[in-house]
Write a protein that binds this ligand. Structure first.
Ligand SMILES: [Mn+2]
Length: 251
């Protein structure tokens, strides 16, 4: 059975190699699919080197679009010869260096090129893909990189002036659930904090989540609700239904 082409957005990976491996093997990505990583693939989690290897492999299997996050920005500044104290020092660089055997110089050229090639944002007919957020009142080609990569977002932000949905990461959702608000969805669901790495099927509004322990769950999203649709395996039970923390923000 051939599968329709999908557009899949993946939230902040942060070196979570096992979660990414589970996510990708469950998604079963094909050459027809477009995958967009929303940035912050590096830092903090256990194995940045392995994550970049997995994404380089993925790029040979589908159309891969990579968005640059604030963590790639900090790492690239150091790789470009800027002082260590430019920010990366306290943001997970030690875990990155450890994954490469302890030396900045050991980072392969192919991995440096992978970081250099990341884009500030990506747009389709209905959606904007960005790491952190956008200024809702500014055209996309006039946005500042600091907003695209560093701003924190909340459910109170109005939709972007284009009317397109903004799909972002960066602002960690400690509930493990995506944050839904009119015109926005944030899918940084705290993978490196022990929660979930998320992949959004943009057309189906279905979210696949995986964690470092190899567990997966599936969530169906609509404008206001998140429903757990993970198939229940024999011998386990689950309440199902609408999850706590979803729905419109309370006044
Ligand atoms: Mn970030």
């Amino acid at each position: 059975m051939s599968q329709a082409a999908r557009t899949l957005a993946i939230g902040d990976i942060h070196g979570c190699d096992s979660a990414l491996e589970t996510l990708l093997s469950t998604l079963n990505v094909t050459a027809q699919d477009t995958v967009i990583t929303l940035g912050d693939v590096v830092d903090r989690g256990p194995n940045t080197r392995r994550v970049i290897e997995q994404l380089l492999q993925l790029a040979s299997q589908c159309r891969l679009i990579t968005i640059r996050g604030n963590h790639e920005e900090m790492m690239l500044k150091v790789l470009h010869g800027n002082p260590w104290r430019a920010g990366w020092l306290n943001c997970g660089c030690w875990e990155v260096l450890e994954s490469y055997g302890g030396e900045l110089e050991a980072i392969p050229q192919e991995h440096r090129q992978f970081l250099e090639a990341m884009q500030s944002y990506w747009e389709t007919e209905h959606d904007i893909f960005v790491h952190a957020g956008v200024d809702p009142n500014v055209d996309m080609d006039q946005q500042f990189d600091d907003i695209l990569r560093w701003t924190s977002t909340s459910a109170q932000l109005p939709p972007h002036k284009s009317g397109k949905r903004v799909i972002c990461g960066h602002t960690q959702q400690r509930s493990g659930l995506p944050r839904l608000s009119p015109g926005w969805i944030c899918i940084d669901t705290a993978a490196y904090s022990g929660l979930w790495l998320s992949a959004l099927d943009v057309e189906q509004n279905e979210l696949l989540q995986a964690n470092q322990l190899g567990q997966v769950r599936r969530l169906q999203l609509d404008a206001e609700h998140i429903v757990d649709i993970t198939p229940v395996s024999p011998g386990t039970s689950r309440d199902g239904g609408t999850l706590p923390g979803s729905g419109p923000p309370r006044v």
